[in-house]
Ligand binder design. Sequence first.
Ligand code: GLN
Length: 471
Amino acid sequence: MIDNQVKEITKGKVKCLDYTKNAIKRIKEINKDNHYITTMCEDLAISQAKEIDSKTKKGKLAGTIFTIKDNICVKDVESTANSKILDGYKPIFDATVVEKLKREGAIIVGKDSCDAFGFGGFNVNVGVGKNIPKNPIDSSRTCGGSSGGSGGITKKADFVHVAIGESTGGSIECPSAFCGVVGFCPTYGLVSRWGLISYADSFDKIGVMTKTVEDNARVMSVIAGHDNKDGTSLKVDKKDYVKSMKEDSKKLKIAIIKDGLSEGTSQEVKESFNDMVETLKKDGFEIDEISLPLTFKYGIATYYILATSESSTNLSRFSGLRYGVEENKKGKYFDDYFSEIRSKNFNTESKRRIMLGTFTRMAGFRDAYYIKATKARTKIIEEYKNQFEKYDLLISPTMPIVPPKFSDIKKMSALEAYTMDILTVGPNLAGIPHASMPIHKGDLPIGMMVMADHLQEDKIYRLLKRIEELR
Ligand code: GLN
């Protein structure tokens, strides 16, 4: 755990430089067949490690090995959101989260693979010519997405390691559930989005993926907090989630979202979920059942209309002029030039979303799709808010299935793949904090999703901790 690790480094028992070199070697070995990391940043890691060894005040995360989802900017390190259109892009600044981590002594060793721009749930929508990461438990299956590389490396790294992921509609929870790690997505606006390559600005959240609940809470306590550079960043007091994690969880009022256990959810998932519910009841928790009919009927449609609307505007900047790869423009009309660049360098899913999102925002259709979806979103938020007047936490499975095989994913239509997000789009539409906790008994990972009202992440950590102890 981070705590022990930091103590050893701080006391000088372990030299950060040696430790970092070993970790880099190990990650490279793991990465050979698994493709979790898109870019290693060895030089940066080594210089950070040397700096930590030379300092007396080493920081709360001194010597902890981090990898960062590729859509989050790390200064001087290629950051492409795993899309070919950004190949070669090296930001000249750190994202605010990265800056905060570095300040506390974190060692950043690489960038994690993801679906290009975060568009997907299986990490198979990687950029043109890029590799697909493999599930750490069964390599014929997906890691989940879009933060799939983050999930895979977190599970596979046999030393203290943290991944920083990002979620728009479930991209932290899904790979956490499929890889068997703890994934936490905070309230919208709690963690700064500055330096994130945006997918959909009104949804995007940066969060934490770890092997243990305590490590997760520790890192969240570092990265949460107001940032002037992000206009949607919340001005709230800082909390110590490690401390709150240890408070009594029994007083929490919990309800199961029963729509999450309908026929669309597989038997395996239901069994693991119900087993954990029974364990919690035996442990003294009172657990009710509720229903979120609007969210389950309209969630997917609302999410995909809004997310593609926002993403299609965000991607318009990649035209081969100011942003993205460039080619010889001489003698070409602008339209031809940028169509050529975009055709060659965006993958199929990015193109699909550009078309979908442009359509839903078009004059003549905007009222019927985009505007209507914003109204549906408000209703969905109200539906959650009503439940949080009665309950502290809502629970459901994270994903309706175990990690699917690549051969089965190939057979899915785009729409079928979208419906796999049925359980995760709700909390993301509402901007509420939610986490996925491994609960499986069999070989394949399964997650329980725990949700709370805005800014109540401490309650989630309390239950996660108890689940970890009972598991
Ligand atoms: N699977 C969802 C999508 O494709 C969520 C992705 C995400 O959260 N980045 O949009």
